[in-house]
Design a protein around this ligand. Structure first.
Ligand code: UT7
Length: 332
């Protein structure tokens, strides 16, 4: 009997129009283009700024609509929508439920998945499991973040890194053995002191004090996070290759979370991978948290071929991290 697998069958993406360059940041905080470029690889990032009053759902809807148009499906066919995000429109009410209604996915249920920069990677595991088990046939996974909503633009250690954006993929059943092959996902709650946002949750509800003390913005101990990210992202990518007996030559593409070009380079080196096989768009978008992986697929879709071996890797707040091995299922 042929095994049922879950494959990505379509990709969509959206980034806001407003481009915030390194030069612009020079007039906001004590930084410079040379430092940002050499330390991170980032040249510019997008900010959802002109689209006043819009949240993460606005970008998620745009990315979903792009995917639906390209795949040519009726939104009514979608069974489930997962929005991977660290910046939902609001707490409590699901962003995914709103996205479903707005795109006309009237037969879908939906929920948000929150695991910082690993949200989309963990979402791939969740979405594919529903398809592989035979329960659902069309699962739309969206990675979307309006990081500018939690960024302190007076803090040079964080404001230079993050950007806004959204990407979407559709998981469907496959009978050719393509799609998700293996996954190695990890979490360590001891890491939450190094990267997070203190207030706004149940631990520290909003008060005048928390606002005054700028506790509703993201903080990170960059150096510590960098150290954990370099070793852990490389470890899991190497592990998934070893477990699947993949050599650097057999990996077609590394699809790495875009947090810092130096972390990506270290991961590629550990995998013994030619750097021409490393997907990269950090120079254009910065770190879009849950949107980095699907935006890479969106940017590189034309170059992907059926049967290509893709290794995804991510590291994020929590800490959360992991790697996924996936066989690409279609030619553009
Ligand atoms: O996606 C979630 C996971 N996040 C990550 O993976 C991020 C991981 N961390 C990083 O990417 C890097 O640590 C940063 C890009 C955040 C910082 O780079 P770094 O090479 O670790 O710099 P640093 O924090 O060690 O700072 C080096 C120097 C310091 O000055 P002194 O003490 O040596 O005089 C900083 O004050 O650079 C200074 N600095 C800056 N200078 C200009 C820090 N931020 C800036 C800035 N512009 N924006």
């Amino acid at each position: 009997m042929t095994k049922l697998t879950a494959a990505i069958t379509a990709v969509g993406g959206y980034v806001p129009k407003f481009i915030m360059t390194n030069k612009m940041l020079e007039s906001m905080v004590d930084t410079n283009d040379e430092w940002i470029t050499s330390r991170t690889g980032i040249k510019e990032r997008r900010v959802l700024k002109d689209e006043e009053g819009k949240g993460t759902s606005y970008m998620a809807i745009k990315a979903a609509q792009d995917l639906i148009d390209k795949r040519g499906i009726d939104p009514g066919e979608i069974d489930l929508i997962i929005v991977a995000t660290a910046t939902p429109d609001s707490l409590v009410a699901s962003t995914a439920a709103f996205v479903a209604s707005e795109i006309g996915a009237t037969n879908a249920f939906g929920y948000d998945l929150l695991a910082a920069c690993s949200s989309f990677l963990f979402g791939m595991s969740t979405a594919s499991s529903f398809v592989q088990s035979g329960i659902y046939k069309k699962v739309l996974l969206i990675g979307a973040d309006k990081m500018s909503s939690i960024i302190d633009y007076t803090d040079r250690t964080t404001c230079i890194i993050f950007g806004d954006g959204a990407g979407a993929v559709l998981f469907e059943p496959n009978m050719e053995g393509l799609g998700l092959q293996d996954q190695y996902l990890r979490a360590d709650g001891n890491g939450r002191k190094y990267l997070g946002m203190d207030a706004g949750g149940s631990l520290m509800p909003a008060t005048e004090e928390t606002v005054k003390n700028r506790k509703h913005f993201i903080y990170q101990d960059g150096k510590s996070v960098f150290k954990f990210a370099v070793s852990n992202m490389a470890d899991v990518a190497a592990k998934i290759m070893e477990r699947n007996q993949l050599t650097g030559d057999e990996v077609s593409w590394l699809v790495p979370h875009q947090a810092n070009k130096r972390i990506i380079d270290a991961t590629a080196n550990r995998m013994d991978l030619d750097h021409s096989k490393v997907m990269m768009n950090i120079h254009r978008y910065g770190n879009t948290t849950s949107a980095t992986l699907p935006l890479l697929l969106h940017d590189y879709e034309e170059q992907l071929k059926k049967g290509d071996n893709l290794v995804f890797a991510a590291f994020g707040g929590g800490f959360t991290w992991g790697s996924i091995y996936l066989k690409w299922a279609y030619n553009k």
